[in-house]
Structures are given as structure tokens and as C-alpha cells.
Design a protein around this ligand. Structure first.
Ligand SMILES: CC(C)(COP(=O)(O)OP(=O)(O)OC[C@H]1O[C@@H](n2cnc3c(N)ncnc32)[C@H](O)[C@@H]1OP(=O)(O)O)[C@@H](O)C(=O)NCCC(=O)NCCS
Length: 186
């Protein structure tokens, strides 16, 4: 009998999701390349599925880090999104998404973008709720978790700074508060 390849349920591998989309004319702009926002929407869905697969609860997008579109993606191309939980805080999870694209008839797809999103798990009362820990086993999983923890610190600091700017009279207004890192008035 061959050994089982099913990953342990708390491992990053168990949260892995792959989504493929064919780029249709409705996804594209006037020059035949896909809207960046469309790619971001697909990334959001793929990452949401990974977050809920690990948390086993409803999860909402709290933030998406800055991302770059590396190559144009055209009508008729296939876009492949692969997502996985990198790091789990108390109620939040960082999901990494790798996007590849190219002709569906080609042997290989090209790296088109990478994205990191933070989701927050919500309990039945709709409030942030603790998520079970992520059990990293491989060197790569441990590295991803360490990098995810470092990114979390950076993004919370940036979000707190944005909140301070907004509460200081910016157009959008704001509370100056970001979960886990409250400002002195928060
Ligand atoms: C995300 C949301 C639930 C956080 O609520 P909150 O009251 O700030 O919650 P908390 O302060 O308890 O923080 C909860 C977690 O979110 C994290 N968090 C909050 N804001 C964050 C941000 N901007 N970026 C990254 N993480 C964030 C906190 O660090 C904390 O993580 P931890 O528990 O792992 O330490 C709330 O802001 C929300 O409902 N936003 C709208 C979500 C949504 O509708 N998304 C779809 C897009 S329209």
C-alpha cells in the first residue's frame, strides 16, 4: 500500500487552494489585458477559501498588502492562483497567493503576481474569534511563518500610521486604531 499523502489538518499544506480562471472579454480592458481589480478579486476569493479551510469559520478580508503586476495577462490566457496560510496570529491569518498566467496550451505558466492578505476569523456573534494554531513542519513552512510574522508587524505599524494620519484631519477620517496595535487614544 502506498503511504498517505494527506497533510495533517493544522498544517499550512492542508489549507492549500488552487483556482484556475480563463480570461474572457468581460474581464479585460480596451487593450485586451485583464483588469488588475479582476485579478485582485480572484486572489481575494482564493485566499478566503484557504483562510476558512484552516479556521473552519467565516473569515473576512482585513487587508491586502501592496502588490505588483509583473506581466500583462491577455484574453484567452489561463490564470492560476495558489494560496496557503503562512502565519496565524490570535484571530487573524496571513494568506500568501501566487498568481501564474499564460496560454492554456503552453507547457508552463509565468509568474504574474504575488499577494499577501490578512483575514480575520469571525465567530457566530460576528466578532473576531481565536483561530487554532498553525503547525509548521517543513523548513519551508517554518520560514514562511517567520516571514509572515515579520510582515504582520510591518503592516500593523503601517496601518496604525495611516489611522493616525486620517484621524489628524485626512479626507477619509478614522479612529487611529488597528487591531492588535492601538494608538494611545484608541
Ligand atoms: C477586520 C475586522 C473584523 C477587524 O476588527 P477589529 O475590531 O479591528 O478587531 P481586533 O482589533 O480585535 O483585531 C482582530 C485581528 O485583526 C487584525 N487586524 C485588524 N486590522 C488589521 C489590518 N488593517 N491589517 C491586518 N490585520 C488587521 C488584528 O491584528 C487582530 O489580529 P490578531 O487577533 O491575530 O492579533 C473589522 O475591521 C472588519 O469587520 N472589517 C471589515 C471586513 C470586511 O468586510 N472585509 C471585506 C471587504 S469589504
Amino acid at each position: 500500500m502506498s503511504p498517505t499523502t494527506t497533510p495533517p489538518p493544522d498544517s499550512p499544506r492542508a489549507s492549500r487552494v488552487e483556482m484556475n480562471q480563463l480570461v474572457l472579454p468581460t474581464h479585460a480592458n480596451a487593450i485586451g489585458t485583464v483588469f488588475g481589480g479582476q485579478i485582485m478579486a480572484w486572489i481575494d476569493v482564493c485566499a478566503a477559501l484557504s483562510s476558512m479551510r484552516h479556521a473552519r469559520m467565516q473569515c473576512v478580508t482585513a487587508s491586502m498588502d501592496a502588490m505588483d503586476f509583473l506581466v500583462p495577462i491577455r484574453i484567452g490566457d489561463v490564470v492560476r492562483m495558489q494560496s496557503m496560510v503562512n502565519y496565524v496570529g490570535r484571530t487573524s491569518l496571513e494568506i500568501g497567493v501566487r498568481v501564474e498566467a499564460g496560454k492554456p496550451t503552453a507547457g508552463a505558466l509565468e509568474h504574474a503576481a504575488s499577494a499577501y492578505l490578512t483575514f480575520v476569523a469571525l465567530g457566530a456573534d460576528g466578532k473576531p474569534t481565536a483561530v487554532r494554531p498553525l503547525i509548521c513542519e517543513t523548513e519551508q513552512e517554518l520560514l514562511r511563518a517567520r516571514e509572515g510574522e515579520a510582515r504582520r508587524a510591518t503592516r500593523l505599524a503601517l496601518a496604525a500610521a495611516r489611522g493616525r494620519l486620517q484621524s489628524g484631519g485626512g479626507q477619509a477620517g478614522g479612529t487611529g486604531k488597528v487591531g492588535g496595535e492601538r494608538t494611545s487614544d484608541g
